[in-house]
Design a protein around this ligand. Structure first.
Ligand SMILES: [Zn+2]
Length: 446
């Protein structure tokens, strides 16, 4: 596939290829040093040094994305860290240092951007901070010049082990049991950047053995996993989700991962194959676990098919963890504050939420800010989860085409489901994150 055509892909980088750049100071300082050495080295060497320096800084700062923007006469570099963009460099552009060309070549593009709009996506692998890091590059022509976005896929940051995604012990035990079912379908839902792909990968990695055939359909393939057959969807060549799935089913699979279900055909083939001896994992775009069922109804999937194939669903979000260096202890909120907070919730749910917040013994924290966390008060992220397991009561509701609210209430009452908010509160109680952060992240859901 042309997408994988970059010659650097798969090569094991030699130690000599490791970038030798100084990342002690700020990126801005490093950039100024490079600009000062202009004339003493060819521009391309400086561009190589600069791109290496940007990437080294990105890994050091745990950035998930690097934005390199030409803004007229200015060069701007921003990093997304813990979900939030931060300015790293804003300086006069130096036309003697062909930075964007350097990155374009690394990504497998032509050095110069195309004159007419074309979607450009590429990737490369590089030794950074002593480990192989995959970088996915996307180019976009703005009126001010080319904008490059580099997605940094750092396995260490991705936390591809199920133990690292942030599930508590109870949820972990349930999930580990659930993903060892011989057949059925398990859904993960969450907004963009909620970590759902990471969870899917962690699940596949957890069950992967040479004795089973795992095949994935993805768009895009975000990370290459050893021993797993990953395929890239391409609408252009007709390799659609539904077509890909039909092809996979002829490849003797045990476990199938379908990157996303968004149409009837894909949903129907997925759910039917889950009934005929295959174990499927997929994502679907909804706001919580219970509304997955309504989403499938909307696509036209018959209730019996959902009720008989679905093992369960998990909804997730990423929340920022408080900086361990500067976080301060905080008191529990007062009862009137909590009453105000829960007043628009479903009464049953509100009662549980109130008890969870006010129960004695919490070690709440509040963020402060220090140089270590760039004065944000937060460092790193973890997941909060809403795990809904299928049971007889929920199945009966599905067959009756019950509304989402009723399914959710049933899952809480009969399946002991913890909503995202409840799971988040439990995390805040242990001081991993703050109540404010949990409320920010789950605000659209209550
Ligand atoms: Zn701090």
């Amino acid at each position: 596939m042309a997408f994988w055509g970059n010659k650097q892909e798969g090569e094991s980088p030699l130690p000599g290829q490791q970038a030798q750049v100084n990342v002690e100071g700020t990126l801005e300082e490093g950039y100024n040093d490079i600009v000062k050495s202009k004339g003493r080295a060819p521009g391309i060497d400086l561009a190589i040094k600069l791109s290496d320096m940007i990437l080294e800084h990105a890994v050091k700062e745990r950035a998930s994305d690097v934005h390199i923007e030409s803004q007229g006469a200015n060069l701007r570099v921003r990093f997304r860290v813990d979900g939030i963009l931060q300015d790293m460099l804003s300086s006069p552009k130096n036309s003697d240092i062909p930075l964007t060309q350097r990155i374009r070549v690394l990504a497998g593009f032509d050095p110069e951007p195309p004159t007419s709009f074309r979607n450009e996506e590429g990737r490369f692998q590089k030794m950074l901070a002593g480990r192989a890091i995959q970088v996915r590059v996307s180019s976009f022509p703005t009126v001010n010049g080319e904008k490059l976005v580099l997605r940094v896929l750092d396995r260490q940051q991705l936390g591809l082990d199920l133990e690292q995604v942030g599930l508590d012990q109870d949820a972990m035990t349930l999930i580990k049991k659930l993903i060892r079912n011989p057949y059925g379908i398990f859904f993960i839902t969450g907004s963009t950047g909620s970590g759902k792909t990471t969870s899917l990968y962690a699940i596949l990695k957890n069950i992967n053995t040479p004795m089973i055939n795992i095949i994935t359909l993805e768009d895009p393939v975000e990370y290459r996993l050893e021993g797993i057959n990953q395929a890239q969807i391409s609408a252009k060549t007709g390799f659609t989700w539904a077509e890909g799935l039909r092809t996979i089913l002829r490849q003797d699979p045990d476990v199938i991962m379908v990157g996303e279900i968004r149409d009837f055909d894909t949903a129907e083939i997925s759910l039917r194959s889950a009934l005929t001896g295959h174990l499927l994992f997929t994502t679907i775009h909804t706001i919580n676990s219970a509304s997955i069922i309504e989403r499938l109804f909307e696509m036209g999937v018959p209730p019996f098919l959902i009720g008989s194939s679905m093992l369960g669903a998990m909804s997730q979000r990423l929340v920022r963890k408080v900086c361990p260096k500067c976080a301060q202890p905080a008191a529990s909120p007062s009862e009137p504050v909590v009453n105000e907070f829960i007043k628009n919730m479903d009464p049953e749910e509100g009662k549980i939420v109130k008890e969870l917040i006010l129960k004695p013994g919490a070690a709440y924290k509040v963020e402060k800010g220090c140089p270590e966390c760039r004065n944000t008060g937060y460092m790193g992220r973890t997941g909060i989860f809403e795990l809904m397991l299928m049971n007889e009561e929920i199945r009966k509701h599905i067959l009756d085409r019950a509304p989402t609210d009723e399914i959710k209430r049933t899952a809480i009452r009969t399946g002991k489901m913890r909503t995202l908010l409840m799971d988040g509160i439990l995390k805040a109680r242990t001081g991993v994150t703050t109540l404010a952060e949990i409320i920010r992240v789950t605000a659209t859901m209550v």
